[in-house]
Design a protein around this ligand. Structure first.
Ligand code: NAD
Length: 505
């Protein structure tokens, strides 16, 4: 096995002083300001928040630090707009969603450049994000036209029941920094499709692509159905969670933020939709195609530099094949290219999003070293500027080790071993999270039996991190509740009403 070592990777960069917007049209950045009722407006505070490129650590833009008063103005606009939007037909709403998809497609390069500049993610990841964003709007446009409810009928003598499906009203949306545009689309598309209006607060670290979306759709969609208020979670997010005019608050983010939102929302008995953290186990049985499993972890464990709630970050491999699997994995990981988004199409690993997050990932690595764990490859931070961490594999991790149970959210994969199927299932389920997991085996019995016993919202067999708009995404346990994507998301963002007509017959 590869011995412990440091600095096996270097950061591929473009020239010093290079701007991520070099060669792009002037005005690619969105206007600063909140987007309320179809226009960019100055908020009630003069305070600004810097937006930083994590590859260079340079400030690339500033946005407004929103206040509770700004949220109140946006909610009032959303309440007013929802009345007519909620009364449109599914076809009319589908036309608007398809138009949004077309606008994003026509401007995809601007979105890719902005997303890479703001997050440091490789261009291939940004391209994939934009493609999935467009597909999300198109899927929800079509899906909303297929929605039905329980058939009406006579369930009490002389009375006929009709079940109506209605929008919930105004939805407050709070999004994270790892896939800023895509996570916004996962909320905006079904929420608008179901006839609701929105006030969205993007992550304070990555507000640019959401503001760009607002800029480009302004004037093409009804004013007030999509409002953006930038700012901090503890002010803007907090106000969205408590505002009496908001019927439902949907958050994608950490467990701590989800708990805060749910606690605040409880006071007004607001509906809550939470997509929170994850720590996905990858269970590799002895009969699995070990090379394919290692290649799967290379992709799904390190995509977006591991800053993915479904990342394949915790391998549980049968003890009889652990050595061979780890060799495959280390070889695979050794081929990853770390660098700036503009440094080549083959760059696969970008930086951590921010200095505090970079420090947290470094702490996890230091903890692993202090515990005497075997760092099979990587294991160190890379020289700045930028918040780069080496792609890392930590092998021979003992059962219950802290590093294998808490979310690191970086390019770090741990490898543990098991000896029986029952042990693999028990250990995989010994996690506060329940978002996603994968099982690698050629045994058809195991491929049906094991997923049924795993306590995760998505279980892949011989795959990991493969998503499609038709199927739901969401967690169990500490990973939250509510479903993104699929018809289930449309269910989450609508309400049913029973109308019973006494016709006296
Ligand atoms: P975060 O919780 O720090 O921030 C997410 C959003 O919540 C931000 O917009 C933030 O401003 C807001 N927020 C923070 N505190 C708040 C409060 N008290 N009230 C209201 N809003 C508040 O998360 P992050 O660091 O941006 O994203 C990483 C986390 O998101 C990880 O835990 C990851 O697993 C999770 N995530 C989950 C999914 C999923 O589908 N389950 C997808 C992507 C990311």
């Amino acid at each position: 096995m590869t011995p412990t070592s440091t600095q096996q990777f270097t950061v591929r960069r473009v020239s010093e002083g290079h701007s991520p917007f070099e060669g792009t049209p002037a005005g690619i950045l969105p206007p600063a300001g909140h987007f309320i009722n179809g226009a960019f407006v100055q908020g009630s505070s003069n305070q600004l928040l810097d937006v930083v490129d994590p590859t260079t650590e340079q400030v690339i833009a500033s946005v407004q630090a929103g206040t509770a008063a700004d949220v109140d103005v946006a909610v009032a606009a959303a309440v007013a707009a929802q009345k007519s939007w909620g009364a449109t037909t599914p076809k009319e709403r589908a036309d608007v969603l398809n138009l949004i998809a077309n606008i994003i497609e026509a401007n995809r390069e601007a979105f890719e450049v902005i997303e890479s500049a703001n997050t440091g993610k490789p261009r291939a990841v940004a391209e994939d994000d934009v493609t999935s964003t467009i597909d999300t709007f198109r899927f929800m446009a079509g899906a909303s036209r297929t929605l039905t409810s329980m058939a009406g009928g006579d369930y009490a003598t002389g009375h006929t029941s009709v079940i109506l499906r209605e929008p919930v009203g105004v939805v407050g949306v709070i999004t994270p920094w790892n896939y800023p545009l895509l996570m916004a689309a996962w909320k905006i598309a079904p929420i608008l499709a179901a006839g609701n209006s929105i006030v969205i607060k993007p992550s304070e670290q990555t507000p640019l692509s959401t503001l760009k979306l607002a800029e480009l759709v302004a004037g093409h969609i009804p004013d007030g159905i999509l409002n953006v208020v930038t700012g901090q979670g503890r002010t803007v997010g907090q106000r969205l969670s408590e505002h009496p005019g908001v019927a439902l608050v949907a958050l994608t983010g950490s467990v701590v933020s989800g708990q805060a939102v749910a606690e605040t929302a409880a006071k007004s008995v607001k509906r809550v939709h939470l997509e929170l953290g994850g720590k996905a186990p990858v269970v590799v049985f002895p009969d699995a195609d070990l090379q394919a499993a290692a290649a799967g972890v290379r992709n799904a464990g390190y995509w977006n530099a591991g800053q993915d709630c479904g990342a394949a970050c915790r391998v549980l491999v049968h003890e009889s094949v652990a050595e061979e699997f780890t060799q495959h994995l280390v070889r695979e990981v050794g081929t990853l290219v770390v660098g700036a988004p503009e440094a080549g199409d083959d760059v696969e690993i970008g930086p951590m999003i921010s200095r505090p997050h970079f420090e947290r990932v470094k702490e996890s690595l230091a903890e692993a070293r202090a515990a005497g764990l075997n760092i099979a490859i990587g294991g160190s931070a890379l020289e700045g500027p930028g918040y780069f961490i080496e792609p890392t594999v930590i092998s021979s991790v003992p059962a219950g080790a802290h590093i294998a149970t808490h979310e690191i959210f970086g390019p770090v994969v741990t490898v543990e071993t098991f000896s029986t199927t029952e042990e693999a299932i028990t250990r995989a389920n010994e996690s506060p999270y329940g978002l996603s997991a994968s099982v690698w085996t050629k045994d058809s019995s195991l491929s049906l039996r094991v997923p049924k016993q795993l306590d995760f919202g998505t279980v892949w067999v011989n795959a990991h991190l493969v998503l499609a708009c038709e199927v739901p995404w969401g967690g169990f346990k500490g990973s939250g509740y509510g479903r993104d994507l699929s018809l289930y998301a449309l269910d989450d963002y609508s309400r049913t009403k029973h109308v019973m007509i006494n016709h006296g017959a």
